[in-house]
Design a protein around this ligand. Structure first.
Ligand SMILES: NC(=O)c1ccc[n+]([C@@H]2O[C@H](COP(=O)([O-])OP(=O)(O)OC[C@H]3O[C@@H](n4cnc5c(N)ncnc54)[C@H](OP(=O)(O)O)[C@@H]3O)[C@@H](O)[C@H]2O)c1
Length: 247
């Protein structure tokens, strides 16, 4: 029994209105969790609420530090103990530093959503996670955390930073009985990859692997086709980096 009473389990998922985040929402609802999520677009959140009544939706940009503090405070008043935190919100923008249009682009948007967003989320919810008898954090990084994609240098850098962040957090939070599982998927079939003609993993399969790994306290998981990535980067680093770089 936790502080939320009657064994109710609470999960907070960032970016639950689409893709992998939405698959987390569906699976966690199915498993009986009370699910809280945030994303920016209220229309997509409204659609999520229609599909999954009872999911608590908040229109918040994870890159906005003040808004995230406020979001966490509000959620923790209603749900003092958080059992599972999924840092998933994020996006990939292709950036070409050889392009003449470079100056017109928001170059650091992926850093703010993917990295700053994860930091704000974890920072805001650690007080709730420490009140749970057994708390887990899942951080969605990417295979590009280990080997970058040439077409997405800033996205890849944000995911490499998440890889490092996950390692430090794991050690810092261990004394609080909070585990940290980094999930580095390959290409996944979501709205954000609809335009890409590559083999893609189903979002629900990523979620199944992530939740199984988190429940066992596994440190890092490379779902589906990404499972050989760490080994191949050790035994044939140049060949593997070259292959990933072109994807
Ligand atoms: N799909 C893949 O192939 C793949 C592979 C490896 C890793 N990943 C990672 O998996 C995660 C989810 O990707 P996906 O493919 O499921 O993308 P998606 O379908 O575009 O969904 C992204 C979700 O995050 C939310 N979001 C994005 N930026 C946000 C922000 N600044 N503040 C709050 N919410 C934000 C989006 O809602 P709003 O736009 O309304 O805010 C949406 O709910 C990302 O971190 C991505 O890098 C994806």
């Amino acid at each position: 029994m936790d502080q939320n009473g009657m064994g109710e389990r609470i999960a907070v998922v960032s970016g639950g209105s689409s893709g992998i985040g939405k698959a987390f929402v569906a699976e966690l609802r199915g498993r009986g969790y009370t699910v809280v999520t945030c994303a920016r677009d209220p229309a997509k959140l409204g659609q999520l609420q229609t599909e999954y009544p009872g999911v608590e939706c908040h229109a918040v940009d994870v890159s906005d530090a003040a808004a995230m503090r406020d979001f966490a405070r509000k959620v923790l008043v209603a749900h003092p103990a958080i059992d599972l935190l999924v840092s998933n919100a994020g996006g990939l923008r292709q950036v070409d530093f050889t392009s003449e249009a470079l100056q017109n682009q928001d170059l650091t948007a992926d850093i703010r959503s993917n990295l700053d967003g994860a930091i704000h989320l974890v920072g805001g919810f650690v007080p709730g996670l420490r009140r749970s008898a057994k708390a887990s954090i899942i951080i969605i990084s990417s295979g590009y955390a280990l080997a970058p994609a040439t077409r997405a240098p800033i996205y890849s850098a944000s995911k490499a930073a998440l890889h490092s962040l996950s390692k430090s957090l794991r050690r810092q939070l261990a004394p609080l009985n909070i585990t940290v599982t980094e999930v580095a998927p390959p290409a996944v079939d979501t709205p954000s990859t609809a335009h890409r003609k590559v083999p893609k993993m189903a979002a629900r399969d990523v979620v199944a692997e992530a939740l199984a790994a988190a429940s066992r306290g596994v440190k890092e998981v490379y779902p589906g086709g990404a499972r050989w990535l760490p080994l191949l980067l050790r035994i044939a680093p140049s060949w593997m980096e070259e292959r990933v770089a072109r994807r």
